[in-house]
Write a protein that binds this ligand. Structure first.
Ligand code: AMP
Length: 372
């Protein structure tokens, strides 16, 4: 029996616990917000302090990258934390992330770091408008971001950015060239301590208001898949990475630019639960527990639809063929990731048909990425 402590007690830790059980891997979770060690399925408090949980764990890992330094350092000092804390820091600080991408020589959007108003002017001169401006720390799902399209917006955007910089220590803004992408895609893969790498089929991702709403495995684009795999390998090697890693890309005329990395299992890989030989949660546990990786082949065309802000869906969803609902057991809140639906089919055309049927069942205001 392996005991894995996950930093973070959300849906990703929950799905790791579910995937670990058949392998006799026991997952417990540390809720960074409440500072409680909890059971990842029931959220029940375990009578363990963080120090005791660290001592009891064989392996420590994370389900998110915005972990306070003190906790990350404490876990790293035990020698049990995987991946290396540098990978978590790269995922949590866009400055470190940009350095990493450039060191690994993978294409990404030109950028400029902004700490002051003069830096903003320098960014506009160096990159031009429009700019996408992102807080270096703490931004996710499109939060902590601004678009600067025209010069008359400079003052108001700068006012908001200055407040953001002042609000927390070591904060800055990363200004990026606006990329007119054709679509957003992501590649999820795993690397273990032996350097073995296995990657999943690329996902095409549709976001609504900065939040992922639909991911579909891309069938039959071997050139794009190869390009993404080469970039994945470069980043994973640069980090000497252990675990599941996600790379998010912009696709422009068949060329990929890395938008960001996530040093963890990723929302755009949830379809692997039904669509791949081994799901991303099991492969993350296999990698961090120093076990051989499971196969990542796509077993059938698959897609995932996020359930945002809703705590129920019509029963008709479950009556659809090859349709699986995964709830996270969370309290309902507007826009919150509450669960997801995985849907599979024998061919990509049938999968589109299934998505259309789902679009007829689910309300368009909550599932805007589905065909309605
Ligand atoms: P991020 O938090 O970096 O993933 O950004 C959230 C979303 O904003 C992305 O999924 C893109 O749709 C969009 N975005 C981010 N950076 C850029 C960029 N440089 N150019 C165009 N759109 C972007």
């Amino acid at each position: 029996m392996n005991q894995v402590l996950v930093l973070g007690a959300g849906q990703l830790a929950r799905m790791m616990a579910l995937a670990g059980a058949p392998l006799n891997i026991n997952v417990i979770a540390y809720d960074v917000t409440t500072t409680n060690v909890v059971h990842p399925l029931t959220q029940q408090c375990q009578s363990l302090s963080l120090i005791e949980a660290i001592a009891a764990a064989d392996v420590i890992t994370a389900e998110f990258e915005h972990i306070p330094d003190a906790i990350l350092n404490l876990c790293a000092a035990s020698g049990k934390f995987k991946p290396h804390p540098d990978a978590i820091k790269a995922g949590g600080d866009r400055r470190i992330e940009k350095n990493l991408l450039n060191n690994a020589q993978v294409a990404n959007a030109p950028y400029h770091i902004i700490n002051s108003r003069a830096d903003l002017d320098a960014a506009i001169t160096a990159i031009g408008l429009p700019l996408v401006l992102k807080s270096a720390l703490g931004g996710y799902d499109g939060k902590g971001q601004w678009r600067l399209k025209t010069r008359d917006q400079i003052e108001s955007v700068w006012n908001e950015m200055a407040q953001c910089i002042a609000a927390s220590d070591n904060q800055a803004i990363v200004a990026e060239k606006f990329i007119g992408f054709d679509r957003e895609v992501s590649l999820i893969g795993a690397r273990n301590a032996k350097g073995e790498i296995k990657t999943y089929t690329l996902s095409e991702n549709v976001h609504t208001d900065g939040v992922l709403s639909l991911s579909t495995a891309i069938v039959g684009d071997s050139a794009l898949q190869q390009q993404a795999q080469q970039m994945f390998t470069a980043v994973a090697k640069q980090l000497n990475y252990i675990g599941v890693l996600a790379l998010e890309f912009f696709e422009v005329n068949g060329q990929l630019l890395v938008n960001e990395i996530a040093p963890r299992v990723h929302n755009s890989g949830h379809w692997t639960q039904q669509g791949a030989e081994t799901c991303q949660f099991e492969n993350h546990l296999r990698a961090v527990c120093d076990l051989p990786l499971g196969g990542t082949d796509l077993i059938r065309p698959s897609a995932m639809i996020n359930i945002l802000g809703q705590d129920s869906v019509p029963e008709a969803v479950l009556a659809l063929e090859n349709c699986h609902v995964h709830w996270y057991g969370k309290e309902k809140r507007d826009g919150r990731k509450m669960g997801h639906i995985n849907v599979c089919a024998a061919t990509p055309e049938l999968l589109q048909y299934q998505l259309m049927l789902l679009g007829q069942i689910l309300p368009p205001q909550y599932f805007p990425a589905l065909p309605h």
